[in-house]
Write a protein that binds this ligand. Sequence first.
Ligand code: EPU
Length: 338
Amino acid sequence: MIRQDVDLSRANTLGLPCRAERFLATDDIATTRDALRQAVKRDWPLTVLGGGSNLVLQPWLPGLALQPSFADLRFEEVGEGDVLVHAGAGLNWHALVEALAAKELWGIENLSLIPGHVGAAPIQNIGAYGVELADVLERVYLLHLEDGREAVFDREECGFGYRDSVFKHALENRVVITRLVLRVSTRAQPRLDYGDLAARLPAKPSASDVVAAVSAVRREKLPDPTVLGNAGSFFKNPVVANEQAKALLAKHADMPHFPLADGGVKLAAGWLIDQCGLKGLRERHVGIHERQALVLVHHGGGSAGELLALAQRVVDKVQARFGVTLEREPRLMGRKAR
Ligand code: EPU
């Protein structure tokens, strides 16, 4: 049932105040299609919400906010130890990670404790500790918002890049993802190159050991959104040309940098912000996390406007000091006022 004038302040991990003109959470394809038809007929703008963990919600969401809550989970053995996992878009991502690890299925254990729903994972191609969703994604099932028709995308069609996909470009706000199919394996394949992960684990860790170690690292560095409002990394790690990286390294020899295959160099946004002395900054209701400069936090009582103003100050400072332009990572949704 479509509800009217719904409070979404608890439906986004930043805890920003927002009301949706209309809201529907459903795990039924026919109901979803019916809502899409109504929206088109009545000219309601459509917004698809997942777990709200990668969003900056402005105070007013006009039209219809649709939250897919498909929670089906099915395993299909396809030989040579490979298993296809069919997972509904409304499942909690970390619950899926734990469910696979409990079955000793390998593939997404490094993506532990990432907040949000399964259906949102392909949009930004979630990634952490040397693994990204694109490494395991087989197919995405979706409905087109304009007419409710179903489509199935394979990995190629998703156009994945670093924190990027076709769902942020040609298909932005045009589809609702209903289910993912992931290819995982019964064969142990720990990927422990990142940071001190290997040092925290026994020689032959189980998938659950890796989940526990990654979760511990994240808890040390990243604030728990149920305690302190945040949307994870607020900026992408910027990629600059090799010449610019060289010039910066001449001045800052200790600058973290990661050369990419295409000749560019990825820098650590957190380090750049930290160097500007901004870590731990608090301005009224918003601030920069004290242990990770890449995470903007909302202490409560603030607004999207305040947070975006702080983000702009961060962008300006990093630009002035390093000549590097930071790009926002979470998606901006809604309007400033009714
Ligand atoms: N650094 C600082 N100061 C800080 C933060 C980082 O000096 O305040 C330095 C670190 O010492 C390190 C480098 O910057 O040398 C990179 O930091 P880290 O390894 O913590 O990773 P990150 O680049 O800050 C990225 C992802 C995270 C992901 C981790 C681990 C992005 C935008 N962020 O963070 O993803 O968990 O790597 O793989 O790519 C997210 O997207 O929400 C997220 C948390």
